[in-house]
Design a protein around this ligand. Structure first.
Ligand code: 13P
Length: 253
């Protein structure tokens, strides 16, 4: 049985005080997680240290939303994986569609970042997903296959234990337009099959594939009960403790 990972991508929300408040509420709402469930919160960089300290001893793990492909150096505005580890991060989201769309991140760059994260022992949550135009053109499978092949290029099977995949259809992010459970399951199957082709089936069966895009307490159970959906990457609904906790509680037993 695969672990279920419910991650909260806080995006560019919550300053330090707001982070303290939300973490305090989350710990109170979920002193323990259901068996087999891991939950990760991914606040903005400026809140990581605060969140990391506040989370110590709790059920939640800490992740970042992005990191540099470089170790250190003259890279103004960038944050290294080593810096993330120093404040307690175990996870890092890579290649979110907002990074791809607005900051020009390519599969090649995301691949470099994933390799850097692996070298530091960070677990990468690698995001893939098609735009509405691509879905309507009937090329969803092709798009996510190209993304997964490009971002995993040169990553050996022994490192795949530290890779999580998140399928986030771009048209479902922040729109309230969630993929149907069938649409999610179909793409998750395509991704798992592609991972099996790159490695083997035993490995592919162990990879956690999360769904992201308008996951809310009222639709989480339907999506999370799909056989190839192993958790969620939550945006809007992770900014309130009660709704994030409700999504965690909707995981299949
Ligand atoms: P929403 O849940 O707000 O649609 O965001 C999803 C997302 O992008 C998580 O990374």
């Amino acid at each position: 049985m695969r672990t279920i990972i419910i991650a909260g991508n806080w995006k560019m929300y919550k300053d330090v005080q707001e982070t303290m408040d939300l973490v305090t509420q989350l710990k109170a709402a979920m002193p323990q997680l259901p068996a087999n469930v891991v939950s990760v919160i991914c606040p903005p960089f400026t809140s990581l240290q605060t969140a990391g300290a506040a989370l110590r001893g709790s059920a939640f793990k800490l992740g970042a939303q992005n990191m540099s492909q470089h170790d250190e150096g003259a890279h103004t505005g960038e944050i290294s994986g080593k810096m993330l580890k120093a404040v307690g991060c175990e996870y890092v989201i890579l290649g979110h569609s907002e990074r791809r769309q607005y900051y020009g991140e390519t599969n090649e760059l995301i691949n470099q970042k994933a390799k850097k994260a692996l070298s530091l022992g960070l677990i990468s949550i690698i995001c893939v997903g098609e735009t509405l135009q691509e879905r309507e053109a009937g090329i969803t499978g092709q798009v996510v296959t190209t993304q997964i092949k490009g971002t995993l290029l040169g990553i050996g099977p022994q490192d795949m234990a530290k890779i999580v995949v998140a399928y986030e259809p771009v048209w479902a992010i922040g729109t309230g337009r969630v993929a149907t459970p069938q649409q999610a399951q179909e793409v998750h199957q395509i991704l798992r099959k592609q991972i099996a082709q790159l490695y083997d089936w035993a490995l592919a069966e162990r990879i956690v594939i999360q769904y992201g895009g308008s996951v809310k307490p009222d639709n989480a159970a339907d999506i999370l009960t799909q056989s190839d959906v192993d958790g969620a990457l939550v945006g809007g609904a992770c900014l309130k403790a009660d709704s994030f906790a409700a999504i965690i509680k909707a995981t299949k037993p």
